[in-house]
Write a protein that binds this ligand. Sequence first.
Ligand SMILES: O=C(O)CCC(=O)C(=O)O
Ligand SMILES: [Fe+2]
Length: 510
Amino acid sequence: EYFSSIHEMSNVFIYEQKMLQHIQKFIADNERKLDFLRARLDEYESERSEAQQWGIAYFESPLNKYLLSKRLTVDWQRIENLMAAATGEKPLKRLQRLRQRDNMPKPEDLTGTIDGLLRIQFIYRLQTKHLAAGILDGVAYGMQLNAKQCLEIGQQALTTKYPELAHAWLLEAHNRLSSSDRSKLLPHILGQLVQVKATLSDSRGVNSTLEILKELEPSSGHHHNYEVFLQAQTQIDDLTLANPFKEHEPVPEDLSNLSHDEIYRYTCNGYIKKTPPEERNLRCGYMSETHPFLLLAPLKVEELNRNPLLVLYHDVIYQSEIDVLNKLNRKRYERAGVVINSTSTVSKKRTSQHIFIAATRHKVLRTIDQRVADMTNLNMQYAEDHQLADYGIGGHYSQHFDWFGNSDLANSKCDEMGNRIATVLFYLSDVAQGGGTAFPILKQLLKPKKYAAAFWYNLHASGKGDWRNLHGGCPIIVGSKWVLNRWIREYDQSDLRPCDLWDDSVFNTS
Ligand SMILES: O=C(O)CCC(=O)C(=O)O
Ligand SMILES: [Fe+2]
């Protein structure tokens, strides 16, 4: 979807360093040329002023005649050639080549970046004035956005689906106007505000604004005087102060009656969570019951939900194993980069990158699977390939079920291995801010914790998909996220998780 992987960003950051060197070369080449031309200018001027002192007698000397004719032929020709020559072509070509590289951000990546930022702002209810001041969810990053950048974000918020955020960004652009960009940007801000009003079906103050905008148009013949600007200025206040509104909708008092999108959002941002009485019965401790080996090496397990079961195992993957996964990941990734050369494919890969690796590829993958078998008491012979996923800034995976529904069944995704009975999700990295795994119906938000793994069943004992395990990866605010999915299939689990006609979903009403 967009330019987001930290790996790619650091690559193009290095290219930018080279691009700076090419500008330096370009400037140096041109300066040398200008220095040469300046020297000739001085030289010819002094020769001419000498000639002028001589007067007409100057031309009587054959030597002077020679000098003048030489100048006007050979020397001036050289100067003409030099002036006509494209100087700095080489650094320019090199610069262009760098900018044409596949992994350079394209215009659609820029809009994607802004979309990601708006999604983060919307989901985590971040305030525009904080974002513009470089504060992300309470953490200050020591940078500021200028009026023009705020205007650009506001414009895009309007074309996407966030008119309230557009409004807030346009006001922020207005607050951040400097005296030098005021005359240029103010009309744009006002024009966009009028469109926001139209989107919000609020016509108050729109007509008078349109009149002012007409006055501000360069073609209107009016000189841009201070008066009109003052009017425009107060118009912004009229447009907004008269109609104060919130950039984020108020949090509903009753969070139990919302759409899937909304409960997911309120779980990501922490408004939906278990109450202390709901948490009271959950256990936490060392698990040693599933496998004899675990009596020797018990696993630290935290129960996050009882029915349906959702648990988090701590410290169940090692750094040495993550290092191997990283190598396997990188190799595959580079190869994919060579095969895929159409731009859209490249930009799609940037959302969050998923790759599947067969357990046969490396011993470590089989060791991990043995541990998963101990953790889940399930048979790993019928599991899908290991799936590694990378998320960058703003990267997310909206709410979904891991089990296959009827349409997937029809597509025969659910082959002889059956449906996905359970999921084990390993966190291979910490995430600085955001990026939790949200289970809105279970009211749980799992913060990625490196070396930990979440485990849950996707199916009821009857084999029917359990919709209570609706979940998703919340957008990353700061940092990147790397996970490993183990999807375990139904086939051959009957000894371990006996099939049952009994369907526990009937106890859950909604
Ligand atoms: O990244 C996450 O937190 C969730 C990932 C997930 O649900 C999936 O890959 O199916
Ligand atoms: Fe999932």
